[in-house]
Write a protein that binds this ligand. Structure first.
Ligand SMILES: OC[C@H]1O[C@](O)(CO)[C@@H](O)[C@@H]1O
Length: 415
């Protein structure tokens, strides 16, 4: 297997900077996940764009669940993900034809435009357009950054470097929670600050992507062999890269011979990793983690927390998400992927059943939760899914499939 072959490499500051800069793509994504719920919960924001919802929020006593019921308000959150979904199809083409570096640059440009429109929004359409631009940025960034990271990482560090992206996603969510907690006290434009600060990771990535090198695999794949070899020397910090260069070239040639990648993907030997990869991703999302991530502040307000307390709760969920990512990064090699995954599932079953039970029982009867119960919900709501996330990306079947096939990138392009 390709990932068992050790090629020569030296850690250089340039390489470290490439990893960190590219991981800012994860931070951009995480910031977006975490920011909208807090903004939605801010009174100033609601008064400006959704006065009816604000009115309902002030007077909601019994119908706590429905006070945020507004299709356009929900579109404010979801338009980003719909745009990202559509953009990812174009992004995969851009990644192959134009390269990872340019795709990352495009992602940051869309992101900056999104931050500008959102922070300066005077009308609802500007808000939604801003979110759509953010979404296109997320679509391009989420396509290019993980591919970029796995392609520049030395084979022996590929798993760890890939996790960097997810770690930065959780850090982005956490930062967004902290930002919202503070800006909610800045009247009347705190929400502008929250949305506009997305420009910070966008700017880092924009200028960063100018100094990033294109990946050797992308250059070689596009027939730029000499540039590919030079890039390989640069990112490995050594001159003797012949073996790895040959390996990448061989992988690119094999990949080029696959004329119908989807057909190949459907063949019997590809099925187990394909099904495992898809099922783990789908079920990880179906746990409803993003309902918590997007709507934590709104959710906690609905359950009876005061404005700031709701944002503080989001800070708690955000920080535990980061911490559990660290724990799983450390634990995954010690405990093993399977055991970690299984115990995460058990934790999720217990936590989600308990949350469901509490919400159904108490919200149904009283319409809100007392402090003690709300705290239990916050603690149980801690995103155990971050463990699942870590485990599936590290799963040997999936990893082996990626590494074997073509230097760790083709599966993402095919998908
Ligand atoms: O850490 C949780 C976050 O990570 C993701 O799964 C992305 O990889 C998000 O969907 C979720 O909000």
């Amino acid at each position: 297997m390709a990932n068992e072959i050790m090629f020569k490499s030296k850690f250089t500051i340039y390489v470290g900077a490439c990893w960190i800069l590219a991981a800012f793509g994860g931070l951009m994504f995480g910031y977006d996940i975490g920011i909208s719920g807090g903004v939605t919960a801010m009174d100033d924001f609601l008064i400006k764009f959704f006065p009816k919802v604000h009115e309902r929020k002030l007077h909601a006593k019994e119908n706590n669940y429905c006070k945020y019921d507004d299709q356009l308000l929900q579109l404010f959150t979801s338009s980003l993900y719909l745009a990202a979904l559509v953009a990812s199809f174009f992004a995969s083409k851009a990644c192959t034809k134009l390269g990872r570096k340019l795709t990352i640059l495009m992602a940051s440009a869309f992101f900056l435009a999104g931050a500008g429109f959102s922070a300066g929004a005077e009308h609802k359409w500007m808000l939604i357009l801003g979110r759509i631009l953010f979404g296109i940025g997320v679509g391009f960034g989420n396509e290019a950054v993980p591919v970029f990271l796995s392609e520049i990482a030395p084979v022996q560090h590929r798993g760890a470097v890939n996790i960097l992206f997810q770690l930065f996603v959780t850090i982005g969510i956490f930062i967004a929670n902290l930002v919202n907690y503070n800006t909610s006290r800045m009247h009347p434009n705190g929400w502008r600050m929250s949305l506009g600060l997305a420009a910070v990771p966008g700017l880092v990535l924009f200028f960063g992507s100018m100094i990033l090198t294109e990946t050797p695999a992308s250059l070689i794949e596009r027939g730029k062999d000499a540039q590919g070899k030079a890039a390989l020397k640069k990112i490995r910090g050594v001159d003797d890269v012949d073996n790895e260069y040959e390996e990448i070239k061989r992988a690119c040639e094999i990949a080029k011979q696959v004329k119908q990648p989807f057909k190949k993907l459907m063949k019997r030997p590809s099925r187990p990793p394909l099904i495992i990869g898809i099922a783990l991703q789908v079920f990880q999302q179906l746990t409803g983690i993003n309902a918590i991530m997007f709507y934590a502040p709104v959710l906690f307000q609905t359950m009876g927390f005061k404005n700031n307390a709701s944002l503080l709760s989001a800070v708690i969920t955000g920080s535990v998400n980061v911490a559990s990512t660290f724990v799983s990064i450390i634990a995954v090699d010690k405990i093993g992927r399977r055991k970690l995954l299984l115990q995460a599932c058990v934790q999720m079953i217990i936590a989600q059943t308990a949350i469901g039970g509490i919400l159904v029982h108490y919200l149904k009867t009283t319409g809100s939760l007392n402090h003690a119960l709300a705290t239990v919900v916050v603690i149980l709501g801690v995103p155990i899914d971050s463990i699942v996330e870590r485990v599936w990306k590290q799963h040997p079947v999936w990893k082996g499939f990626m590494d074997d096939d073509d230097h760790g990138s083709k599966i993402q392009e095919i998908a």
